[in-house]
Design a protein around this ligand. Structure first.
Ligand SMILES: Cc1ncc(COP(=O)(O)O)c(C=O)c1O
Length: 447
């Protein structure tokens, strides 16, 4: 078959592909290849993948260890039904439980991605507790299937609520210290106490014995890498224990060494009853997700039928990719490397906050970082009001893209989440491009 040109690929896409979260038929860049932290368009322009695509290519592109594992598995057996045990699935489940902590966790339910991982975690919580309500944060995203959409807090849930939201989904406000006018480090205790007190009050009005689970991102990702104030997650855990509510951490974006720990919840003094994962488990080479469950939940389903299932649960090829990915994290001590890179990225972003009028706040944990872009630093007026259709943020992203610095930003945030394999040299080559674009923003978009 004759290869298409880049223009033909883009044209066919514009005509026939439904582009997620966009009006259809708009501009699209056709990508021809990817390698390491880079990908290239058909004109040969190189882009540094400074967001790990959708914060999933944790180990970069075309890593031979993962590619070879997929090829070897494809030659032997691409797929076997979930009814049977396969070596990749058994091995991957064991590795996930081990890394999570085999003293507390027991089993894994595999899914195809992050949304259905959360979907099934919610279903399990309802089965185990016999309760209906699911509490989740407004500043959150849990996926685009129906229950995951309804659990999500940002505007991407609105379409799933057309004609009414699903029964039992209740939202509460989680802190965004910067946007709420607080100073991180100084006001954490006050903010934690305040938000926990409001949540407990809300629980009283919902009736705590009707609440099955509280689901939340250990570190809020797509809504701007929002770090929980100190003590907040521990406080949620305590509230869950007090009222017999299950705690579900969504690790879909924050998991797999992104924060310098294998799972982001491990940065805090908590153990969720279940946590969902996807993205970094295979770095997207083959789609895979799942839920790791505690011994207690696992025991419940030894006596009761697990009413969850997917044709591709524990997909053989995906699990083979997962085993190779997990081995790479361990053998190359990726968490240690992330912390070394954090020691460069974090101070650099803080220096951007000090230097630029448009940078309200820099947040960074591991290689999970975002800048909040403001019109005015004194008033903390955001560059774009929440869910603003006329946002100028795409213009800013476009300027970065022109320089070969590819990332995404939502609302008034620019995400900086490069592959965890990025080297010091590569990081130092890319960051000045961000500095240049921020200077342009200072000069053209600030009050
Ligand atoms: C925290 C979180 N949960 C769930 C999802 C949904 O995952 P998927 O797109 O694989 O369904 C995402 C996707 O970005 C996410 O960031």
């Amino acid at each position: 078959m004759e290869e298409l040109t880049g223009e033909q690929v883009a044209q066919l896409h514009r005509e026939h592909v439904m582009q997620p979260w966009h009006k259809q038929g708009g501009d699209v860049t056709a990508i021809s290849k990817a390698d390491g932290i880079y990908f290239w368009d058909y004109a040969g322009k190189r882009y540094a993948d400074m967001s790990s695509l959708l914060v999933c290519s944790n180990l970069g592109h075309e890593l031979p260890e993962i590619v070879d594992a997929i090829k070897a598995q494809a030659d032997r057996m691409c797929f076997m039904s979930p009814a049977y045990a396969t070596e990749p699935k058994s091995r991957l489940a064991e590795k996930l439980v081990e890394v999570a902590g085999a003293d507390f966790y027991q089993r894994v339910f595999f899914t195809n991605g992050g949304a259905d991982a959360n979907e099934n975690a919610i279903k399990m919580a309802r089965m185990v507790t016999g309760r209906a309500k699911i509490l989740s944060c407004y500043r959150s995203y849990h996926g685009a299937t129906y229950a995951a959409s309804n659990a999500s807090g940002d505007w991407r849930r609105f379409a799933a609520e057309t004609g009414g939201s699903l029964p039992g989904f209740v939202h509460f406000m989680n802190a965004n210290m910067y946007e709420n006018g607080y100073t991180r480090g100084v006001d954490d205790a006050e903010v934690t106490a305040d938000y926990l007190q409001r949540l407990e009050e809300q629980l009283q009005y919902e009736g705590p014995t009707s609440v099955a689970a509280i689901i939340l991102e250990s570190v809020v990702g797509a809504n701007g890498v929002i770090l929980p104030p100190k003590g907040y997650l521990e406080g949620i855990r305590a509230l869950c224990d007090k009222y017999g509510i299950l705690m579900i951490c969504d690790e879909v974006m924050s998991g797999f060494a992104r924060t310098g720990k294998m799972f982001a919840w491990q940065n805090f003094d908590i153990q969720p009853d279940m946590f969902s994962f996807a993205k970094g488990v295979t770095c997207g080479y083959v789609p895979l997700g799942g839920v790791v469950v505690s011994k207690a939940i696992s025991d419940y389903f030894c006596d009761n039928v697990l009413q969850c299932g997917l044709t591709y649960s524990g997909h053989t090829l995906a699990c083979a990719a997962g085993v190779a990915t997990m081995d790479y994290y361990a053998e190359h001590d990726v968490c240690a490397h992330v912390l070394e890179m954090e020691a460069i990225l974090k101070p650099y972003l803080e220096s951007m906050q000090a230097k630029h009028r448009c940078v309200g706040e820099a947040r960074c944990i591991g290689l999970f970082a975002a800048l909040t872009i403001v019109k005015n630093k004194e008033t903390r007026e955001l560059m774009s009001p929440y869910h603003d259709a006329h946002s100028v943020m795409p213009t800013i992203m476009g300027k970065l893209m022109e320089k070969g610095f590819a990332t995404f930003g939502r609302e008034s945030n620019i995400n900086i989440c490069p592959p965890l394999t990025i080297t010091e040299e590569q990081l130092r080559e890319e960051l000045p491009k961000l500095d240049e674009v921020l200077t342009w923003v200072d000069e053209n978009l600030c009050n």
